[in-house]
Design a protein around this ligand. Structure first.
Ligand SMILES: NC(=O)C1=CN([C@@H]2O[C@H](COP(=O)(O)OP(=O)(O)OC[C@H]3O[C@@H](n4cnc5c(N)ncnc54)[C@H](O)[C@@H]3O)[C@@H](O)[C@H]2O)[C@@H](O)CC1
Ligand SMILES: [K+]
Length: 508
């Protein structure tokens, strides 16, 4: 699914109106009906109580007026507060005219802010994607009043005061919604941690916007939903053998962190790899062999960390990092690996696929000259702190996305920035936000599991690099969701994700 800017969203609305020979109020009616569909599935009239709808002067406010009319028709008790303005949009005026007289309407003023009981339901239709500057004056006072009241807010399209695609100044007022019901496509603002306190849970309702316009629209931002990855995992042919699905090498583990190697190896095996060899420190031999009997195991001459790089000839992809530690000898292994991986493989003509995680990223961060040696399409899987060590502190989440995109383009690598909406940046400058996963996955070892799964998929000869990583990130989150359905989020551990990789991939 594409994510568009606010300006593109306006063009999309216009294209839809043109193509489908609609009046713009008809599209507004669709938006209001879609909102009601969601709203009525969430709150019965009794649960909603008397619902206050706060309307601005533009089409977002127009949506609010149409919503007031439709809610009244469905038996909800509603009242409306209007933000005065010099001019209202024509669709606003149409819906104002058609608002039944039974709906109480008040004009907002500094002296007349509506009484809102704590927990009362309020629909925020002040401003939408037409916001052109931070809120001030009366609009700011209304938002402050609403936030202070502790109301249960449902925002129409986007919380008022929030820009759809750009940061706003730290102190500018934004509605804190519990739910945001958007139209057509998700907005970039919904996916960033800094906006979570405003957006709450978000939902996107289909209002039949022009698919042709969306297909043509140029954007770096994409949202990976089930449809984006369905059918991409190549089938396993009847006459396949273990060599068909690649042989991977995993360099992982150190004393006290053998679990990372075990989890990562488990995920690689569940990810469908043909063969897996792990190179681990001597101390981990029994631990590893007993917990991963399906994997082969090479032990380093060092007991506590890795100091040797095995011959890479047998392998179609190599993963390095989980539980690695940051010994100088392990840095030397990473250095040798980067040099060796740069040589194109005979079979594919491409550099050896690498997946680089955890301490291997920290080593890159403290020896940045090595970044120049990253082979094309290497996969790096930092969390925000690890990413900062590779680049610089980000001013905000939007700036972090810019840094991520620049990094992937400059080093021609695949950057997987882990988070609630894990973001994959590609060498061509695309950003793919993942839709699956849950807060239960914020637990030690989840990242090691992702590394192993991505390693398996990068070894898959038929999967192009970007597809493999996008699919792996999606399946990892989906496995986490399946696991959480059984364990609950708090009870989820990384091993549960490993156990659900199979079912998650089977779904695809
Ligand atoms: N255009 C369409 O066809 C559709 C639009 N829809 C709704 O329309 C919204 C966008 O409508 P608009 O483009 O009219 O924009 P808004 O309703 O977001 O507001 C625009 C109005 O607010 C003023 N304004 C902007 N920033 C302000 C600020 N900081 N302080 C005070 N006034 C400010 C503008 O000058 C303009 O008058 C969407 O978010 C969505 O809710 C939906 O009805 C679907 C169809
Ligand atoms: K709004």
């Amino acid at each position: 699914m594409k994510i568009l800017t606010a300006a593109q969203t306006r063009q999309l609305d216009q294209a839809t109106i043109r193509e489908q020979h609609l009046l713009s109020v008809e599209l507004m009616e669709r938006a209001a009906a879609a909102f009601i569909q969601w709203f009525s599935s969430y709150f019965t009239p009794a649960e909603a109580g008397e619902t206050l709808i706060i309307c601005g002067p533009g089409n977002n406010g127009g949506d609010g007026l149409a919503i007031a009319r439709l809610l009244l028709q469905r038996g909800y008790a509603v009242r409306v507060s209007l933000l005065p303005a010099e001019k209202q949009s024509s669709d606003w005026q149409h819906n104002r005219k058609h608002l039944p007289a039974a709906v109480p309407v008040a004009n907002l003023s500094p002296q007349h802010l509506p009484a809102i009981a704590e927990g009362a339901l309020v629909i925020d239709a002040l401003f939408g994607t037409g916001l052109s500057r931070p809120l001030d004056g009366l609009a700011a006072a209304v938002v402050q009043h609403l936030n202070d009241a502790g109301a249960h807010v449902v925002a129409v399209d986007i919380p008022s005061g929030l820009f759809a695609d750009a940061p706003q100044p730290d102190d500018s007022p934004v509605v804190r919604a519990q739910h945001t019901v958007g139209f057509g496509l998700p907005k970039l603002a919904f996916l960033l941690p800094q906006n979570a306190e405003f957006v709450g849970e978000w939902h996107v309702e289909n209002i039949g916007l022009s698919t042709g316009f969306i297909a043509e629209a140029a954007t770096p931002w994409h949202y990976t939903d089930a449809a984006a990855v369905a059918g991409q995992l190549p089938p396993r042919p009847k006459f396949s053998h273990k060599g068909t699905f690649g042989h991977t090498l995993l360099l992982a583990g150190s004393r006290g962190k053998m679990g990372a190697a075990v989890l990562s190896a488990g995920a690689c095996l569940r990810g469908g790899v043909g063969l897996l060899t792990a190179h681990i420190p001597g101390c981990g031999y029994d631990i590893f062999q007993i917990s991963q009997p399906e994997a082969m195991c090479l032990t380093d001459k060092q007991a506590d960390f890795i100091s040797e790089l095995p011959d890479l000839k047998p392998y179609q992809a190599v993963g390095i990092g989980p539980g690695l530690g940051q010994e100088a000898a392990s840095l030397a292994v990473l250095r040798k690996l980067l040099q060796a991986a740069a040589q194109p493989l005979e079979k594919t003509g491409q550099p050896l696929p690498l997946v680089i995680d955890a301490d291997a990223l920290n080593l890159l961060g403290s020896h940045r000259a090595l970044l120049k040696q990253l082979p094309e399409n290497a996969v790096l899987t930092p969390h925000p702190k690890e990413f900062e060590r590779l680049t610089e502190p980000a001013r905000d989440d939007y700036h972090r996305l810019e840094l991520l995109r620049d990094f992937a383009q400059q080093h021609k690598c695949l950057m997987v920035l882990k988070g609630a909406y894990t973001c994959l940046a590609t060498p061509t400058g695309e950003l793919h936000f993942n839709s699956t996963g849950n807060a239960g996955m914020a637990t030690g070892g989840s990242g090691d599991v992702l590394t192993g799964l991505l390693l398996a998929l990068r070894a898959h000869a038929q999967l192009p690099p970007v597809e493999a990583v996008r699919l792996g990130v999606y399946a990892h989150g989906r496995a986490g969701d399946m696991a959480a359905a059984l364990t609950g989020q708090a009870g989820l551990v990384a091993g549960d994700i490993v156990r659900h990789i199979g079912p998650a991939l089977a779904e695809l």
